[in-house]
Design a protein around this ligand. Structure first.
Ligand code: SF4
Length: 199
């Protein structure tokens, strides 16, 4: 079990999207994890506006100094036309791949994974407890940040029960039965079916 804490970049970017004080709370959690010598990571939504900052040596050296050893880069998925300019185009994907190749050489003690790009190599969608799941601010267990549906709250049921929830099991079974990874987000493509699985 690896704790992964969501960030958007440094203070301004993180608090700008997630609310005032979130960045400091995230740093405090990282300090506590480092003190306990636990392996942990961070997850960062990458957009056309922040990808250079969150892959910069300055930012990654800061994360390394906090003891963070795993970085998930998750490409932003637009939820309507007004945010489409934030989504990666092919040239951003190619540039990101090149930057990450360099960073993997520079930061040998850190693991860098980019989603959904690297998921094909991991045999498809990792959501709903197959590889990870997401915990929302209120404790709701969601298959993935891109699939904000939930039938369990970890604050009430604990982690083990959340991973075994009916919703997560149905998604894992559906994926095993052939929800292909087409290069985009599998659960976003199947969002209507996922919604029907709750209940
Ligand atoms: S829901 Fe989408 S982004 Fe999340 S793990 Fe599955 S394919 Fe990747």
């Amino acid at each position: 079990m690896i704790p992964v804490i969501s960030l958007e970049g440094e203070l301004t970017a993180t608090d700008g999207r997630r609310g005032k004080g979130v960045f400091q709370r995230a740093l405090l959690s990282m300090e506590m994890l480092q003190k306990e010598k636990l392996f942990f990571g961070t997850s960062i939504t990458v957009t056309t506006e922040n990808y250079l900052e969150v892959t910069s040596e300055e930012f990654l050296s800061h994360l390394a100094s906090l003891g963070c050893k795993l970085v998930f880069y998750v490409e932003y998925v637009p939820f309507d036309e007004s945010t489409e300019h934030l989504a990666f185009r092919d040239e951003h994907v190619a540039e990101m791949e090149q930057i990450l190749e360099e960073r993997r050489e520079q930061y040998k003690k850190m693991i860098f994974l980019s989603f959904p790009g690297d998921e094909k190599a991991l045999d498809g969608c990792m959501a709903a407890g197959r590889g990870f799941f997401h915990i929302g601010p209120d404790g709701s267990a969601e298959p993935c940040p891109f699939s904000p549906f939930s039938d369990r709250n970890v604050a009430q049921t604990g982690l083990r029960d959340a991973i075994a929830s009916p919703l997560f099991r149905k998604i894992r079974d559906a994926r095993a039965l052939g929800w292909e990874h087409t290069g985009g987000c599998t659960l976003y493509e199947h969002r209507d079916e996922v919604k029907k699985m709750i209940g």
